[in-house]
Design a protein around this ligand. Sequence first.
Ligand code: FES
Length: 148
Amino acid sequence: MYSEKVMDHFSNPRNVGEIPDADGVGTVGNPKCGDIMKMYLKIENDVITDVKFKTFGCGAAVATSSMATELVKGKTIEEAMKITNKAVAEALDGLPPVKMHCSNLAEEAIKAAITDYRRKKGLTEESSSCDVCCRRCEDVHHHLDEEE
Ligand code: FES
């Protein structure tokens, strides 16, 4: 059912943890299952120099987040914003169709963390924070943001 790469990233996830002095933090929830992901980014001169994640989610969410952190490390924030859940799934040699929704968490958490960074830097309006995030879970973003 799962590719070897998925199993590898699930059993041995990369970049798990937190960054206490992160420049951007994104917390998102998956509206389909209620799973939660938190992504921490360290950013220097618009380049992602470090990334860590924590998830309360399924194995596919762990594997896609692990791969996503590998993909964004060393990228500029513009490049990282363009990484899609499909690209992450392809890098893992695919996911079963019923688990594709799990890969949304990684994409959305990265976007939310970059948006948080831009907001802290005054590069974006507070109210437009979700314009760059996935519309599907906008309500969840807001809900989680309020809780923090
Ligand atoms: Fe919730 Fe996979 S079942 S993220």
